[in-house]
Write a protein that binds this ligand. Structure first.
Ligand code: ASP
Length: 344
């Protein structure tokens, strides 16, 4: 009964209403969301709410927004058992990944959720997502520890590790997928937790530490057949660029044109970081599998294994913010910080 959950509303479809004149979806007042879900009063724990002002379409999410969100969690960390963050789906995977790296020593649930249809609509998926997320955030074991002690996304009966997710559908209610890591909990008649997949702190009671210095001098370069030398060189010569997330084919293979390898080696020789991430939804980069992967290794490219692009980008923001030496960042990049990379 002494469990308290903080529900943080940042925006997104879940809290939008159709403007009768323009027919566009626009955010509406947070207090109205609670009116739409009177079921929230039935929980045997207390829910406090806090709204961003202004609320945003998550397409407008940016690092300053993550810093504000991390600050709210830090400021309220001791007072709450867990946190549920209502957020638009478009960049939810980025925000959940970013927070997973920014909140060091997290031992409490931070569950992102939202919906594909606004909460006021008859067929909305928002009510179920909200109610289930609150229940998951308040779930505790016999010792009183939370079942969930990491940053997650909950959508359409499934709880995912946040930094393993990607928005998969702009249509179905199952908007997210985690292709390289198991679902942490399945909500049906019973809630089935995968205790082997859920993160458990080895020792409880470490103080939360937040990282709020983010360096965004990162580019994402997706290769495709026919990519031009001028384009690649233009990206790699962007002023101040410190790191590139290189989206490659299959298990980490790229074109083998000498100009491409020359451009990459030139960037890494100048101290730039290139991390290899596959364009595939599932599976991992293995630069030792094919000659077209090995050439990247020789060009000084780091292995991103099975990290998502969302994780690679936000992990770089946090590591670049922490270390001014790119060599230090490269070392940390290939090691899992918050369960974003599978063990070999
Ligand atoms: N554009 C919306 C957002 O990401 C879409 C959604 O909420 O699903 O904020």
């Amino acid at each position: 009964m002494d469990r308290k959950i903080l529900l943080i509303y940042t925006g997104g479809t879940i809290g939008m209403k159709q403007d009768p004149e323009t027919l566009l979806l626009k955010p509406f007042n947070f207090s109205q969301i609670l009116e739409e879900v009177p079921e929230l009063r039935k929980f045997d724990f207390h829910i406090d709410t806090l709204s961003f002002d202004p609320v945003i379409d998550s397409s407008d999410a940016r690092p300053e927004f993550w810093v504000e969100l991390a600050g709210i969690i830090r400021d309220h960390y001791e007072d709450y058992f867990g946190f549920v963050v209502l957020h638009g789906t478009d960049t939810m995977a980025y925000s959940a990944s970013a927070l997973s790296f920014m909140l060091e020593n997290l031992e409490k649930p931070v569950i992102f959720t939202g919906s594909q249809l606004p909460i006021g609509m008859l067929r909305t998926d928002g009510k179920e997502n909200l109610i289930d997320s609150l229940e998951l955030a308040a779930a505790c074991d016999a010792q009183g520890h939370p079942y969930v002690s990491e940053v997650c996304i909950y959508f359409e009966t499934e709880l995912f590790r946040g930094n393993r997710t990607t928005k998969y559908s702009a249509e179905t209610f199952s908007a997210f997928r985690s292709a390289n890591y198991p679902v942490l909990a399945e909500v049906g008649i019973h809630v089935k937790y995968d205790t082997t997949a859920l993160y458990r702190p080895r020792k409880w009671g470490k103080p939360l530490k937040i990282h709020t210095k983010l360096d965004t001098r990162v580019a994402v370069l997706k290769i495709f057949p026919g990519i031009t030398e001028a384009f690649v060189r233009a990206v790699l010569s962007a002023e101040g660029l410190r790191a590139v997330v290189l989206e490659t084919y299959g298990s980490g293979n790229s074109l083998s044109d000498p100009w491409f390898l020359d451009a990459l080696s030139g960037f890494t020789a100048r101290g730039g970081i290139v991390v290899n991430i596959t364009q595939c939804q599932a599976g991992a980069v293995d630069m030792g599998a094919y000659a077209n992967g090995d050439i990247l290794r020789q060009a000084g490219v780091c292995c991103g294994r099975d990290m998502t692009t969302e994780s690679a980008v936000t992990k770089l923001f946090v590591l670049l913010g922490q270390y001014s030496d790119n060599k230090e960042v490269s070392k940390k990049l290939e090691i899992s910080i918050s369960g974003e990379i599978s063990e070999k």
